[in-house]
Write a protein that binds this ligand. Structure first.
Ligand SMILES: Nc1ncnc2c1ncn2[C@@H]1O[C@H](COP(=O)(O)OP(=O)(O)OP(=O)(O)O)[C@@H](O)[C@H]1O
Ligand SMILES: [Mg+2]
Length: 319
């Protein structure tokens, strides 16, 4: 059986998952087109892993529909599951098996014959630089090696959708970049659709062509990283000497003194006129000695969404 050729890679409608009074997912609609590199972002407890669980058969929805490539994940679970490779947030290997068996048995669940699966396992272990450990138990691996093994396992049955739940949490910078490269190549060269959740906004910025921010199980914002930056971006103009005289209040810009004692004028309105600002300062006789316009990052978008009260303030954790 083949899946619907034009169906989105992921189509979620009206998804709810309630645990008693807790609404982990609370009416979520999400569409991810085929071939996309999609980021699902949000603070701790936003509902990202729960949403992923409904795709992979681990979390039964309270209401709503979840489809991959036109296959309903709950009415046609075997067909849907075959299309998805998952890197779960927590490594969940069988500690008693050697690496190549972990991979080969996994492919076996999807009907890949053992000899063929073993060949592919060895190829992937080589690719992820784990071949020397192929007979070792997973419990002997470092955290970063386990992350690579998770990715290898997710790819064993040649999925069309790769779901990565914080694949680089706790991974050092070099390995993180290596994993990005692998995943980017899979997306660009093999056309594998990627759903990524991450707390590293720079990662989402570097990799994703569209992102959705969720909180308390609901969509807060969606768009390309560029769209969100344009919408919530902060322009900064640094002015020296330190103070703008009292009474000078350029429209659409607020100002503060930064930790180096400079006066920083900034606006969260992407349409705010820089020319208007400069004219206003000029009229007030304020000399603009240094001018700096910074391109904001997705991180600024989170800060801005939190400032506006759209996102809950993190309680010491999360973005
Ligand atoms: N099995 C469960 N029983 C009860 N509550 C749960 C269960 N699983 C998740 N939750 C709750 O649902 C909410 C969403 O959790 P989820 O793991 O989906 O968040 P997340 O966005 O993945 O967070 P993180 O960034 O920390 O991984 C949380 O408040 C969590 O405590
Ligand atoms: Mg999670």
């Amino acid at each position: 059986m083949t899946e619907a050729p034009d169906a989105p890679a992921i189509r979620i409608r009206g998804l709810r998952k309630h645990y008693g009074d807790k609404h982990a997912v609370d009416g979520l609609d999400l569409t991810v087109e085929q071939g996309a590199f999609f980021g699902l972002l949000g603070p701790n407890g936003a509902g990202k892993t729960t949403t992923i669980g409904t795709l992979t058969g681990l979390v039964r929805p309270t209401a709503g529909t979840v489809e991959v490539f036109g296959r309903d994940c709950w009415r046609d679970p075997a067909a849907a599951r075959r299309l998805i490779g998952v890197c779960p947030q927590e490594p969940n290997f069988d500690d008693f098996l050697g690496l190549e068996r972990i991979l080969a048995y996994h492919a076996g669940y999807f009907g890949v014959p053992y000899a063929k699966a073993l060949d592919r396992a060895r190829d992937l272990l080589r690719f992820f630089d784990l071949h020397d450990y192929r007979q070792k138990r997973s419990s002997t691996l470092s955290g970063g090696m386990k992350r690579r093994l998770l990715l290898a396992r997710a790819l064993m049955h040649e999925p069309r959708l790769l779901v990565l739940d914080e694949p680089t949490a706790g991974v050092d910078v070099e390995l993180r970049r290596g994993l990005w490269e692998h995943v980017r190549r899979l997306n660009e060269e093999e056309g594998i659709t990627v759903l990524l959740t991450t707390h590293y906004l720079e990662e989402a910025e570097a990799l994703c062509d569209s992102v959705t921010v969720i909180d308390q199980g609901k969509v807060v914002e969606s768009g390309s990283p560029d769209d969100l930056r344009a919408k919530y971006g902060v322009r900064r103009v640094v002015v020296t000497p330190e103070h703008v005289p009292d009474g000078v209040e350029p429209a659409e810009f607020g100002f503060r003194v930064d930790d180096r004692g400079r006066c920083v004028l900034e606006s969260t309105d992407p349409t705010a006129s820089m020319r208007g600002l400069l004219r206003c300062l000029d009229d007030a006789g304020v000399e603009v000695l240094d001018l700096e316009v910074t391109q904001s990052r997705l991180e600024d978008v989170f800060v801005e969404l939190t400032r506006r009260g759209t996102l809950r303030a993190p309680d010491g954790v999360g973005p």
